[in-house]
Design a protein around this ligand. Structure first.
Ligand code: PLP
Length: 460
């Protein structure tokens, strides 16, 4: 066909995206559109909507990875077709997952790290469910073998992340979340005796409590459980929810004993997509030994001609995050993780010192001994504004900083928390500090008569 016979009005690929028909209509919200949209235009229009999400690098409320190297983006794109459950079709992705399990088991000092079991998950939530289920099964087996009632399991925790409440509700376990007494920010050994009994399937200790960033004292909790076993006969295992701390403590708090070196610690979870530095969508759960994961929780699926043992709540799941996790292990090594986490920790401590100088704040967690984070409250005097007002004010500059009440019994204390992650340089933290100072100045000059209502913040 001669070129002058082609109707150019159809050739939307020649048009400027914002002159295509698609860009002149509102996008579909309730119904699948009838027709097609040219890919460049569809991409631009969807991407434009995402501008309203805010800049994740300035989101200092999240623990999750918001900065990755270009190579990680490349690997994620390379792996877009890989389903990690198809171990037969993608055996090397399965091998890479396995390597990560054993690397983590070794990092967390499992006695036989090459033989122990574990798996990747979608995040720490799924990992917590699996850890909790293993405890429930082990406890029930023990009770039934003793001919005792196995209908009232409970799990004892400090101020836990919401995933443990989900575990308890979905899997019919009573959760005994120990209330915070006095100045406590986590569970203490003294709390255990009053809350544990013969139906306690396990104690959850958090390494990096969501609300403040502190570590619960795993070793001291284990010692008290030893004493409880001696006095009362209950042999209660510990699961460490190391969602964040599992990738911090081994690098910058090496003297802290919190992991499988403690015999009572039978399983540990961590989020690869938090301080593991992998992109969103990967968590890990590792058991101290094979014997800690009950065989009857493992499904052996005859799949594509092979036997595939699986223990997971999901089936199909992307493989890219796992591959990116392995890339990070290779790319950074022990030295690299140490350098990254130490830089974050140093910046958090610096920010803590600077914030404390400003006057209105009292530090609740100063960044020392736990996660690279700070948490603080307003001093008792009337400031004419609340932390919620301050969060809202700095949001005008794009910063997202969480304010929320502590869990019971300390709901009267509202705290603000800033997380320092990979990609938050000292300079960026200085810019934030300047904006906080400006915001406080503004709020002092313009007291807020009706402070913003308590927004609900979901910890992630
Ligand atoms: C974030 C977090 C979780 C949940 O992890 P996801 O990876 O978001 O599912 C569980 N426990 C703690 C302590 C956390 O910080």
């Amino acid at each position: 066909m001669p070129i002058h016979h082609v109707d150019l009005s159809d050739q939307s690929s020649l048009l400027d995206i914002y002159a295509t028909k698609a860009s002149q209509d509102s996008l579909p919200k309730y119904k699948l559109p009838k027709g097609r949209t040219e890919p460049r235009a569809a991409y631009a229009l969807v991407r434009d909507e995402l501008m309203l999400d805010g800049n994740s690098r300035q989101n200092l409320a999240t623990f999750c990875t918001t900065w990755v190297e270009d190579e990680v983006k490349q690997l994620m794109a390379d792996a877009v077709d890989k389903n990690m459950i198809d171990k037969d079709e993608y055996p090397q992705t399965a091998e890479i997952e396995n390597r990560c399990v054993h690397i983590l088991a070794d990092l967390w000092n499992a006695e036989k790290s090459r033989e122990t079991v574990g798996c990747s998950t979608t995040g720490s939530s799924e990992a917590a469910m699996l850890g909790g289920l293993a405890f429930k099964w082990q406890w029930r087996k023990r009770r039934e073998a003793e001919g005792k009632d196995a209908s009232k399991p409970n799990i004892v925790t400090g101020p836990v992340q919401i995933c443990w409440k989900k575990f308890a509700r979905y899997f019919d376990v009573e959760i005994r979340e120990v209330p915070l007494e006095g100045d406590a920010l986590g569970i203490t050994p003294e709390d255990l005796r009053a809350h544990c009994d013969e139906n306690t399937i396990g104690v959850v200790a958090t390494l990096g409590v969501t609300f403040t960033g502190i570590y619960e004292p795993v070793e001291a909790l284990a010692k008290e459980l030893d004493a409880i076993q001696k006095d009362l006969g209950f042999d209660i295992p510990i699961h460490v929810d190391a969602a964040s701390g599992g990738f911090i403590a081994p690098f910058i708090q090496r003297d802290l004993v919190w992991d499988f070196r403690i015999k009572r610690v039978r399983s540990i979870n961590a989020s690869g997509h938090k301080y593991g530095l992998a992109p969103l969508g990967v968590g890990w759960v590792i058991w101290s030994s094979k014997e800690d994961l009950p065989e009857d929780l493992i499904f052996h699926v005859d799949y594509l001609g092979g036997d595939m043992p699986t223990f997971a709540l999901n089936f199909s799941r992307p493989g890219g995050e796992i591959i990116a996790q392995y890339y990070n292990f290779l790319r950074l090594g022990h030295d690299g993780y140490t350098a990254v986490q130490q830089a974050c920790s140093d910046t958090a401590k610096w920010l803590g010192v600077e914030l404390a100088k400003l006057g209105p704040f009292e530090m609740v967690y100063d960044g020392i001994g736990g996660l690279p984070a700070v948490a603080y409250k307003l001093t008792d005097t009337d400031h004419g504004f609340t932390l919620y007002d301050l969060s809202e004010r700095v949001r005008m500059r794009g910063w997202q900083i969480a304010s929320y009440p502590l869990p019971s019994n300390r709901q009267d204390t509202v705290v603000q928390r800033i997380l320092i992650r990979h990609g938050v340089s000292r300079d960026l933290a200085e810019l934030l500090l300047d904006d906080i100072i400006r915001a406080i100045d503004h709020l002092k000059k313009n007291p807020v008569p009706n402070s913003v209502a308590k927004p609900s913040f979901h910890h992630a």
